[in-house]
Write a protein that binds this ligand. Structure first.
Ligand code: HEC
Length: 128
């Protein structure tokens, strides 16, 4: 092999590693970081069916409204309007399952809903 050929090979190899590394980084870290672009690309949230929408709206009204307000625009808990722009779908789901701010005077309780409902609520919250 000529010297020029092997140099080209090394270049192509390096470029491939760079591209693969960047994609892996975006996949792993893009979700929870607040880099709008990647988050939006990865946040292909599956739209809710009419039945799913009815279910989450009933859950929100009966459980979440107590603290977050009737329109979820804030009460003792913060406003959830546009939460999908501030937090990833996975993070919202995790907050619903695990709660948040446990050491604060008012906190987001864990386990308010089942894991299936948490996933549904997260999809709803991420897009509203
Ligand atoms: C007992 C009151 C209470 C109830 C009931 C409650 N929350 Fe919360 N929630 C809070 C408080 C307080 C926080 C802020 C926690 C913190 O950041 O310290 C919070 C935070 C959150 C957050 C994170 C907001 C952010 O900006 O990080 C989400 C999402 C959330 N709640 C969704 C819900 C949903 C959906 C329900 C209904 C299933 C619900 N909450 C029911 C009190 C409540």
């Amino acid at each position: 092999m000529k010297l020029a050929d092997s140099r080209l090979g090394v270049l192509i190899f390096a470029a491939t590693v760079l591209v693969a590394g960047a994609s892996a980084w975006a996949l792993v870290f893009g979700r929870d970081h607040h880099h709008g672009q990647w988050q939006t690309q990865l946040r292909a949230v599956q739209p809710l069916s009419a039945a799913e929408r009815d279910r989450v709206e009933a859950l929100a009204k009966s459980i979440c409204a107590t603290c977050h307000g009737a329109a979820l625009t804030g009460g003792v808990g913060p406003s959830l309007t546009g939460i999908g722009n501030r937090r990833s779908l996975a993070r919202i789901e995790r907050i619903l399952v695990q709660g948040k701010g446990k050491n604060k005077s008012v906190s987001m309780p864990s386990g308010l809903v089942s894991e299936a409902d948490a996933a549904l609520l997260a999809r709803w919250l991420a897009t509203r």
